[in-house]
Ligand binder design. Structure first.
Ligand SMILES: Nc1ncnc2c1ncn2[C@@H]1O[C@H](COP(=O)(O)OP(=O)(O)OP(=O)(O)O)[C@@H](O)[C@H]1O
Length: 300
């Protein structure tokens, strides 16, 4: 299980990373990293801050050129690929970056239309508008969100708008970088549900970077753990818990891990008692009535 190098048929492996190395000057972020993402799974990617989760995602989607290694997506090698060929693979995935990365001068609907315009130059405006309306609805946003600018949206709505854009091209593979970070517990759980629904209806494969233990327990089929510059373990949470690794044990068996697994009554009670107050605080902050101080880092 540790190196995830079982001999599955290539069709079952959507992303294959072999011997990946990434370096920034003297700093080695990855060395000899291997990873496989299986078709139809939601793979959670966890690791301490700075262990290189985002750099790994950026390497897979071609925004970071690795120092060494091989990356294949849908069986197609991605490194050093001719731009036209790479583009044909890229159109098959969608990405939700941390913070949404929406174009601030475009409305939500226009943001969704950006990848459509890039890949389908001949679509007329009426069709672009129709597709954007459909993607906005798929992401759980009300129709009124379409003509709004990102600055007019709450944090949760921005995530959904980013998701609508990621879904624009009907992807087979979705990359999500900390999609529930900064969301209140109810918003985060709703986002988890949405991802599960999309996986079921679209047959999506999902690469999901998260620090959110509830998300890991609620929707991930397997979890990959980054530490010491590589994937040190990958498997179901149950399989990871059987490993005698201090970081994994602390992460999943610490108070938050136990609460997420439903086993820590005291922490669960504290969250139930504090939750409504914190959620109301965040709701007001999002509505622009109060400063968001204190609403960040709310444990789910
Ligand atoms: N463009 C860059 N130039 C130099 N260093 C970088 C660059 N991008 C990332 N790094 C460094 O690589 C390391 C890994 O960064 P990365 O953002 O992948 O971490 P992460 O695991 O996603 O962290 P977090 O959980 O805090 O988001 C960090 O030390 C970061 O400073």
């Amino acid at each position: 299980m540790k190196r995830d190098t079982d001999d599955r048929c290539d069709d079952d492996i959507v992303v294959r990373v072999r011997g990946l190395a990434n370096r920034f000057g003297e700093q080695a972020v990855h060395e000899n990293l291997d990873l496989e993402v299986r078709r139809g799974e939601i793979l959670g990617v966890v690791g301490g801050s700075g262990t290189g989760k985002s750099v790994l995602m950026r390497s897979i989607i071609g925004l970071q050129t690795p120092a060494e290694g091989e990356i294949a997506v849908f069986g197609e090698p991605m490194i050093g690929r001719d731009e036209t060929e790479a583009k044909n693979v890229r159109r098959r995935w969608g990405v939700l970056f941390q913070g949404g990365a929406l174009f601030s001068t475009l409305t939500v609907a226009e943001n969704v239309q950006v990848p459509l315009r890039e890949y389908y130059r001949r679509l007329d405006q009426r069709l672009l508008d129709e597709i954007a309306t459909y993607k906005v609805a798929m992401s759980g946003l009300p129709p009124e969100a379409g003509p709004k600018y990102p600055s007019e949206l709450s944090g949760g709505m921005k995530k959904r708008a980013g998701l609508a854009r990621a879904l624009a091209l009907d992807p087979e593979l979705l990359f999500l970088d900390e999609p529930t970070a900064g969301l209140d517990p109810i918003g985060a759980a709703a986002f988890d549900e949405l991802i599960l629904e999309l996986k079921a209806t679209m047959g999506l494969t999902v690469f999901l970077i998260t620090h959110d233990l509830d998300t890991l327990y609620a929707i991930c089929d397997r979890v990959a753990v980054l530490a010491d510059r590589k994937v040190i373990a990958i498997g179901t949470i149950e399989e990871l818990l059987a490993l005698d690794h201090p970081w994994i044990q602390e992460y999943f068996n610490g108070p938050r891990g136990r609460a997420a697994a439903g086993g820590d009554q005291d922490l669960g009670r504290a969250e139930r008692e504090e939750g409504p107050r914190l959620r109301e605080q965040q709701r007001q902050a999002e509505a622009g009535q109060v400063q968001a101080q204190g609403a960040e880092g709310v444990a789910r």
